[in-house]
Design a protein around this ligand. Structure first.
Ligand code: ITT
Length: 196
């Protein structure tokens, strides 16, 4: 079993979907003040270090952001705030006369095993659409990942995991868990692993 610290139910649902075959993911709903930095890894590490005093182990959290090239990487680490203020309509308005639609989603997972603190990163390159399409959450309706045949994250449903930044970061995390062996963690921590 592993804990996810997040305020975001959608993240929890995606992580659970991608990890449930190897371990149970338990959501700890936390709303903490994120440290401000323009570096996602620094935000993830600082948050995990701070939360380590309060949370059971092993736990992980994620800091993610959408980086739009023509806007100098905006909103990047401030994606959550910008989404809550501007929404997809606001971002599309900022992009209305912009030809270069290149953007990238980045996810950094910080994992606290109880002994170590590690990070895993995933990226998804793509384009900002010209209109919102599909469901999902956050910027899903306006982000078209490379290789999706023009579909937005919002139109991909669960297929999103194969294209997403979060999916890529989880694949790194799974590689780490599989290399160490779930059993090893279980012995060390008493709670890790599918059986644990
Ligand atoms: P935490 O409590 O886990 O930090 P959060 O929503 O504040 O939840 P972040 O700080 O990582 O998460 O902010 C990233 C924001 O970027 C998020 O709120 C969304 O608006 C957007 N975002 C990140 N990943 C996304 C995805 O897969 N699909 C759509 N939008 C996403």
């Amino acid at each position: 079993m592993i804990y996810l610290a997040s305020s975001n139910r959608h993240k929890y649902e995606e992580f659970r979907r991608m990890l449930s075959d190897i371990m149970e993911v338990r959501w700890i709903q936390v709303d903490y003040l994120e440290p401000q930095s323009d570096d996602l890894e620094e935000v993830a590490l600082t948050s995990a270090l701070w939360l380590a005093d309060y949370l059971p182990k092993p736990f992980f959290l994620e800091d993610a952001g959408l980086f739009i090239r023509a806007l100098g990487g905006f909103p990047g680490p401030f994606s959550s705030y910008v989404f809550s203020k501007l929404g997809n309509e606001g971002v599309l308005k900022l992009m209305s006369d912009v030809k270069d639609r290149e953007a990238e989603f980045i996810s950094v997972i910080a994992l606290h095993t109880g002994r170590e603190l590690l990070t895993f990163m995933g990226r998804s390159r793509g384009q900002i659409s010209t209109e919102p399409r599909g469901g999902g959450w956050g910027f899903d309706p306006v982000f078209i990942p490379e290789g999706s045949g023009g579909r937005t994250f919002g139109e991909l449903g669960e297929e999103k995991d194969a294209f997403s930044h979060r999916g890529a970061a989880v694949r790194e995390l799974r590689r780490f868990i599989q290399a160490r062996g779930a059993q090893l963690f279980k012995n060390e921590l008493g709670s890790w692993g599918a059986e644990g």
